[in-house]
Design a protein around this ligand. Structure first.
Ligand SMILES: Cc1ncc(COP(=O)(O)O)c(C=O)c1O
Length: 455
C-alpha cells in the first residue's frame, strides 16, 4: 500500500528519518573505505568496476578485504554476516575448502587450453548424477548458457520466438529483456542502446497464467518457453499448483521446448527445483554457484533434443555457430565444478541450508506478525525473502507493485549497520552450508529492531 504518508504501512517521515540516520552512520563508520574510494575509484566509469555496484543502497560501496565462510570483512574492519552471498554465486559459502584446494592444484597445471581434461569427464558424470541425464555444455555465465540454449531451441524447432514471463530475469540475454505493457510485449524501458524490436523474437505473458501461455503457443511461432521454476528476480512469486504441469503439457502440445533456468532455484535442494519437484525440462540451465563461485554455467539437453540438434548440426553450413566464448570449458572450471558437485553440494549441505532458512523465515515471519506489518515472507529452500506487501504474489505485475525501493534501501542499510548484508536488488537472503545459527538470529534481531522503529 502506497499513499502520500505511508509506504507499505510505514509512515514516510519516520522512514526518511531512519534512512538519513542510517546512511550517515554507515558513512561515518568507514573513513578508510571513503579515502580509498576517493583515491582509486575514479579509474572506473561511474566510480565502480560494474555499473550495478551503484545499486547498493549505501551512500558508497563497501570495499571488501576478505570473505570466508558466510562472512565478509571490509577495509574498515567490520565483520559482516553475508546473506547476499554474491546473489547466489557464493551460495555454498565463500571459497569452500574443496574448491579452494582444487584451484590451488589446477593453478600449477595451466588455466586454459581449449582442450578437455579427465577431470572434465568426471565432472560430466557428476552433472548427470546431480541434475539428471542431460547432454551437457559448459559456459562461463548463466547469461551465455541461456543464450546458447535458445539458439538450440530455435535451431531444432525452426521457430523465432522465446516465451518468457513478465518480470523475469535470465541474465542479459537480449531477447528476454522484455515486459508486458498494456497487454503487449515491449523492450524494457531502461535498456541501453536497444535498437532491435524485441517483440519480433520474444513474447511475454504473466507467470501462473496458463491461458495466456496457451494463447501465445497457439500462434505457432514459439521455439521455447524459458522460465525459472519460481520467479526469483522480482519479489518472489511461487508457482501455483498445476502451473509447471501445465507448462510441460502445453509446450509438448504446441511443439515448443521447455527451458528451465535453475540459476537461483538451485537453492531448492539437491538437483535444484526440477529434481525436488520432478519437473522434466527439455533443457536445464544452472550457473553462478555450480562450481563453487568460479565463473561457470552448465546447460544440458535431453537425449531427444540432443538427437534433433545433431541432425540440424549435420546439415548446417560450416562456420560460426553463435555459441562459444574462448575461455569457456577451461580446466579450472572443471576442477572447481568437480570439487563442488562431489564435495560441497551434498545432501548434508542442503539439509543445513534448509534448516537454517526455515529458522530465518520463521523468525522474520514472527517479527512481521508482531509488528502487524502488512508484509510476508517467501522461501525456496535456502532462499528467503521478505516482501513489503501482503502475499502471496501471483505474477510479475503484482511483484513490481510490491517492490518498495525507498523502504527496502533504508532497511538494507540499517541491517548492514547492524552487521548483516542482504541482496541489494530486493530483500533476498541465502543460507549457506556454513551459515551459523547465531548469524541467523542476529539478522532476525536486527530486523526486529528496525521494524520496531518503523512501526
Ligand atoms: C535466473 C537467472 N538466470 C540467469 C542469470 C544470469 O547469470 P549471470 O549473471 O551469471 O550471467 C541470473 C542472474 O541473476 C538469474 O537470476
Amino acid at each position: 500500500m502506497t499513499d502520500s504518508v505511508r509506504i507499505a504501512g510505514v509512515e514516510v517521515t519516520r522512514l526518511r528519518a531512519m534512512a538519513a540516520r542510517e546512511a550517515k552512520r554507515y558513512a561515518a563508520a568507514r573513513p578508510k573505505t571513503r579515502a580509498a574510494l576517493d583515491a582509486g575509484a575514479g579509474a572506473y566509469l561511474g566510480d565502480v568496476p560494474m555499473h550495478w555496484m551503484r545499486d547498493w543502497p549505501m551512500p558508497f560501496p563497501m570495499l571488501v578485504k576478505r570473505a570466508e565462510g558466510a562472512r565478509l570483512t571490509d577495509v574498515d574492519g567490520f565483520r559482516i554476516d553475508d546473506f547476499c552471498l554474491g546473489d547466489t554465486g557464493s551460495m555454498f559459502g565463500h571459497s569452500p575448502a574443496p574448491v579452494a584446494r582444487a584451484i590451488r592444484r589446477q593453478a600449477r597445471r595451466g588455466l586454459t587450453y581449449m582442450l578437455p581434461t579427465e577431470t572434465a569427464l568426471e565432472a560430466g558424470a557428476l552433472l548427470n548424477r546431480r541434475f539428471g541425464p542431460y547432454r551437457w555444455q559448459i559456459a562461463t555465465t548463466a547469461t551465455d548458457a541461456n543464450r546458447f540454449a535458445l539458439r538450440v531451441a530455435r535451431a531444432v524447432t525452426g521457430r523465432p520466438k522465446v516465451l518468457v514471463f513478465n518480470g523475469c530475469y535470465h541474465g542479459t540475454v537480449d531477447d528476454t529483456m522484455i515486459e508486458l505493457r498494456d497487454g503487449h510485449t515491449h523492450a524494457r524501458q531502461g535498456l541501453v542502446g536497444q535498437v532491435e524490436d524485441l517483440s519480433l523474437v520474444a513474447e511475454a505473458v504473466e507467470f501462473n497464467d496458463l491461458s495466456a501461455v496457451e494463447a501465445a503457443l497457439a500462434k505457432g511461432d514459439i521455439a521455447a518457453i524459458l522460465t525459472e521454476p519460481v520467479m526469483t528476480n522480482s519479489c518472489m512469486v511461487l508457482p501455483q499448483a498445476g502451473f509447471h504441469d501445465g507448462l510441460r503439457t502445453l509446450s509438448r502440445r504446441y511443439g515448443a521446448l521447455l527451458i528451465i533456468d535453475e540459476t537461483h532455484t538451485i537453492s531448492s535442494g539437491l538437483g535444484g527445483y526440477s529434481r525436488v519437484h520432478s519437473l522434466s525440462p527439455d533443457i536445464f540451465v544452472a550457473g553462478k554457484c555450480v562450481a563453487g563461485g568460479m565463473p561457470t554455467a552448465v546447460w544440458g539437453m535431453t537425449d531427444e533434443v540432443a538427437a534433433r540438434f545433431a541432425e540440424y548440426d549435420a546439415h548446417r553450413p560450416s562456420g560460426h555457430s553463435g555459441m562459444g566464448t574462448t575461455l569457456s570449458a577451461n580446466p579450472m572450471q572443471f576442477a572447481c565444478l568437480k570439487a563442488n558437485l562431489a564435495e560441497v553440494m551434498t545432501p548434508e549441505a542442503y539439509a543445513h541450508m534448509e534448516k537454517g532458512a526455515e529458522r530465518l523465515s520463521a523468525g522474520l515471519r514472527r517479527v512481521i506478525e508482531a509488528h502487524r506489518a502488512p508484509w510476508h515472507v517467501v522461501r525456496v529452500g535456502a532462499r528467503v525473502e521478505f516482501i513489503c506487501a501482503p502475499g502471496p504474489l501471483t505474477n510479475g505485475a503484482e511483484a513490481a507493485t510490491a517492490h518498495q525501493p525507498e523502504l527496502e534501501a533504508a532497511i538494507h542499510t540499517a541491517l548492514l549497520n547492524r552487521g548483516s548484508l542482504i541482496a541489494p536488488f530486493h530483500n533476498m537472503m541465502l543460507v549457506s552450508p556454513v551459515t551459523r545459527k547465531r548469524q541467523i538470529d542476529r539478522l532476525i534481531a536486527a530486523f526486529d529492531e528496525i521494524l520496531t522503529e518503523l512501526f
